[in-house]
Ligand binder design. Structure first.
Ligand code: GAL
Length: 504
């Protein structure tokens, strides 16, 4: 993809006027120049005695309008939310994000030569090669590159033990410890900013116990333990609040029986009822139940009461999320029709059920792991392809309404190297969290799944910034792209802008 090239290109653009050239692309600009070169001179009526050219007048007006529109866009950009912006690096950017927008390269990874003894899966892989060699290497638990993707425990992010230079830094892919010194278990998760308690809550799949296959061709799995919940005031130090929705040990017919599947839990707060509502993907070990489950609690820390599951709109539902809009309406978004289409539908007012209305979007595109967010009235979404636990390329999408139509903007990943960008940094989207007080800055939350030991799956959190025109403006409103560029910047280590408002 052209992700980072696009960024380089737009960084070279020096002001609003140059944006016009950027929008039209270099080739078009050349053509315009050529056309101008061989055009007869145009004269205006104010020049007494010359010929009147109506076309020239129209083009001048259009040009003026364009410049006026761009200048007003840039001006709006400058003053929006009182942000101070600078032109120092060419493109209009917020200096506070400068550090986050640095493009950090990663050397290409050399695949080690085959060794005498490989993993038990290696000979099998020869016959069933599904992925590129580097992804095969990533999936091989005995790979010599294991430490690249899954750094060992001694490199953990340990907010209690870490001081000095690494304090407050995220290290994508490293083991991340909670305040008790245990690895955080909140996979396929999402964050709730609870205004009442002024606390962030991170909910996700609590993966423990051995990874196994229910049958030979089944996906790698762990038994359900439940939904883990962690609380934080600074989005870096997380306290374990326990299992807020637990597996059912005995009743084998229960949705939450440990032999089933509970994935991608997301919690939203309903201001009208005061309840915390959790939606999640509920399935059997073969992923044939394909349902969405719902649970409710009076408190963010649970316990959540499980209310049951259903196939929303009568359709199969696998990877899913919920999205709460600023007006208090909430939506369920799920992969359906055998993961070939995304379905979007509003939840009922109390968030405990789905309305009958539903829209099919990204039809036939086979996207999953949806993560929605909103910026300046536009809805954005990151999705992954459908390759099970193996990583694949992310795409960003945009829409004027949650219900679509949705337009695909391209791969949002910037920096690292091509393989990293084509594998979402060897991870899969789960949630995009807006940083309070920093419009346009989000945390992109993704899971680096470890299919040979799922409980050792890692978190890849990176800054996501919505700014500037997209690489390929697809949809135009009055000659201008409606969407901004969505960029997820690779960083070996990074932290939120210093002085961002942490909660007390
Ligand atoms: C992925 C999905 C995960 C999990 C996995 C099982 O496609 O995003 O949440 O269901 O498949 O193989």
């Amino acid at each position: 993809m052209t992700g980072n090239l696009g960024v380089h290109r737009f960084r070279a653009v020096s002001d609003c006027t140059a944006l016009i050239a950027a929008f039209f692309g270099d080739k078009k600009e050349d053509k315009v120049r050529l056309r101008l070169k061989y055009r007869k001179p145009t004269t205006f009526p104010c020049n007494a005695g010359s010929r009147f050219s109506f076309t020239a007048l129209v083009w001048t007006l259009v040009g003026l309008l364009l410049v006026f529109h761009l200048v007003s866009i840039c001006h709006k950009d400058n003053i929006h939310h009182g942000e101070i912006q600078s032109r120092t690096s060419g493109f209009l950017r917020r200096p506070i994000y400068h550090e986050l927008e640095v493009i950090e390269e990663v050397k290409n990874i050399n695949i080690p030569p085959p060794r005498g003894k490989r993993s038990s899966r290696a000979p099998k892989r020869k016959h069933h090669k599904r992925f590129s060699p580097i992804i095969e290497e990533f999936l091989d638990e005995d790979s010599q590159l294991r430490h690249v993707f899954f750094p060992n425990r001694k490199n953990s992010i340990d907010p209690i033990g870490m001081t000095g230079n690494d304090s407050s830094y995220y290290f994508p892919g490293r083991v991340w410890l909670d305040t008790d010194g245990n690895p955080i278990q909140a996979h396929g998760g999402g964050i709730l900013h609870d205004e009442g308690s002024e606390t962030y809550y991170w909910y996700g799949e609590y993966k423990e116990g051995p990874t196994y296959r229910a049958h030979k061709k089944g996906a790698a799995r762990v038994d359900i333990i439940g939904v883990g919940c962690y609380s934080s005031k600074d989005l870096w130090t997380w306290k374990n609040e326990g299992i807020v929705l637990a597996a059912e040990e005995l009743n084998a017919t229960h949705d939450l029986h440990k032999s089933n599947v509970l994935e991608r839990p997301k919690v939203v707060h309903n201001e009208k009822t005061g309840k915390y509502v959790m939606w999640m993907h509920i399935d059997d070990a073969n992923y044939t139940k394909a349902s969405a489950g719902v649970a409710v609690s009076d408190r963010p820390t649970g316990p959540f009461q499980y209310l049951g599951s259903k196939r929303p709109h009568g359709c199969d539902s696998r990877d899913m999320t919920v999205f709460k809009d600023d007006d208090g309406s909430a939506y369920i978004v799920y992969s359906s029709e055998n993961n070939s289409v995304l379905h979007m539908g509003p939840l009922t007012e109390n968030y405990l059920d789905v309305e009958d209305v539903m829209k099919r979007v990204l039809i036939g595109q086979h996207r999953e792991a949806p993560a929605l967010f909103k910026y300046r009235g536009t809805y954005y979404m990151i999705t992954s392809g459908c390759t099970g636990w193996a990583p694949n390329e992310a795409l960003a999408h945009a829409a004027e309404s949650v219900m679509g139509p949705w337009e695909t903007l391209g791969n949002p990943c910037v920096g690292a190297n091509k393989v990293f960008r084509q594998t979402t940094f060897f991870a899969q989207s789960t949630f995009v969290f807006p940083i309070p007080g920093h419009p346009g800055l989000f945390i992109f939350m993704a899971d680096r799944w470890n299919p040979s030991n799922l409980r050792d799956s890692r978190y890849v959190w990176l800054p996501l910034i919505v700014a500037g025109p997209p690489d390929q403006p697809l949809e135009f409103g009055f000659g201008f792209p409606l969407w901004s560029r969505v960029s997820i910047y690779w960083h070996r280590k990074w932290r939120l802008p210093s002085g961002w408002s942490t909660l007390r």
